[in-house]
Design a protein around this ligand. Structure first.
Ligand code: CP3
Length: 358
């Protein structure tokens, strides 16, 4: 298209940023870095702006979404912004009665048990999430060459909140439904896949430069169950974006045994948590996809020399991958000292800087 900048254009735009280039396994001037949950409670400026605004309300106010999304970009100099929102925002827009309870997470008023309930979760259009469309447009204008990452929850992780009614350690009710009522399971996951696809489409149409599909809790499943109950639905979402022209990142926690299958679902980049070294992960995922990760968020609470050694190790192991986006293995913990995040960004840039070799 006419907006794709040439390599000698001094203003190349987000599509040619180190982050998008790494996602596409192209040479980069330095390893790009951003942090899952970079916008949030580790930042005093976030706590201040959220002091009197409920979580879901803040996600529906484009002015607040814009400000909160920009905070970590200004402070840390990360290579990408991630839209401030939550995985349950589109589900709430689809008519599910839920809230995000501070310190707990999403809580659903009437956990899903029946086909009747599944059918009441209605497909969404742009108008149901116009505040997201608006916020993305404001952000793209503000961010200039810094790419904005859009995101959504994957069907399994969303279904877990809907079926359990809230956060769960074992996902027992979700698995019981999956094994005991497979038709109901597929109806629910299929509906959630539709909503997720529509939600990501709105973000892409508004200008995000990449999307991340969060299947945070998929690691609770065996590879065989993942393949049977989850893969078709996540693959439908990712395939629905194949023509959109933006990289697709697919992430889960504890997914060492699922990495190659999650790649197969259609990702350009596979997120890896801290349990699997990036060179091992690359061996599983193969040469056709980049990797993202994988510093243990708890390491950020350790003395600086420990952090530095871990960053070096991860950059080293990331060299085995055809593309590496530096990130944590999961989200920033609220008790993290934000100055440590800023130092990590500078260190990743310094250690990985080299001729772009284009
Ligand atoms: O990464 C970012 O900076 C963008 C913002 C973002 C939030 N949630 C904001 C948020 C993103 C990408 C998410 C995704 C999300 N939400 C996931 C997938 C990522 C992951 O962590 O695995 C999941 C599972 C959820 C569900 C959810 N929402 C949880 C578990 C919680 C935390 C509950 C708590 O209070 O500890 C939330 C609430 C939430 N989402 C907060 C933020 C900043 C904290 C609420 C607050 O600040 O009051």
């Amino acid at each position: 298209t006419g907006t794709v900048a040439r390599d000698d254009d001094p203003r190349r735009g987000p599509a040619d940023s180190p982050f998008v280039r790494a996602c596409r396994r192209r040479p980069v001037p330095h390893t790009p870095v951003w942090f899952m949950r970079q916008a949030g409670r580790s930042l005093p400026e976030y706590r201040q702006i959220r002091a009197n605004v409920a979580m879901l309300e803040s996600c529906r106010r484009p002015d607040l979404v814009t400000e909160i999304t920009l905070q970590p970009v200004r402070r840390h100099g990360v290579d990408a912004a991630i839209l401030f929102s939550d995985i349950v925002v589109p589900v709430a827009a689809a008519g599910v009665d839920l809230d995000i309870v501070p310190g707990t997470g999403p809580v659903v008023a009437e956990p899903v048990r029946t086909l009747d309930q599944v059918e009441k979760i209605r497909p969404i259009t742009r108008d149901d999430v116009s505040y997201v469309d608006e916020a993305v447009r404001l952000l793209v204008a503000e961010l200039g060459d810094t790419p904005l990452i859009g995101f959504a929850g994957a069907p399994f992780t969303l279904a877990s909140y809907l079926v359990e009614g809230g956060p769960s350690r074992t996902h027992a009710k979700t698995k019981a439904l999956m094994y005991g009522q497979p038709e109901l399971w597929h109806a629910l996951a299929g509906r959630l896949a539709e909503i997720t696809l529509a939600f990501l489409r709105v973000q892409i149409d508004a200008g995000v430069s990449a999307v991340q599909l969060f299947d945070s809790w998929a690691g609770a499943l065996s590879e065989a169950d993942y393949r049977r109950f989850v893969l078709p639905h996540s693959a439908a979402v990712l395939a629905g974006l194949a023509d959109a022209g933006v990289p697709r990142i697919h992430f889960g926690v504890g997914t060492g045994e699922l990495l190659s299958t999650m790649g197969e679902a259609g990702a350009d980049v596979v997120g890896v948590d801290w349990r699997t070294p990036l060179d091992v992960a690359t061996g599983r995922i193969g040469p056709d996809r980049a990797v993202q990760g994988n510093l243990d968020p708890c390491v950020l609470l350790a003395p600086w020399p420990v952090v530095e050694a871990e960053v070096r190790r991860i950059l080293e192991q990331g060299r085995a991958a055809p593309g590496h986006v530096f990130n944590l293995g999961h989200g920033v913990l609220p008790e993290t000292d934000p100055d440590v995040l800023t130092r990590v960004v500078a260190l990743v840039h310094e250690l990985s800087a080299g001729p772009a070799d284009q």
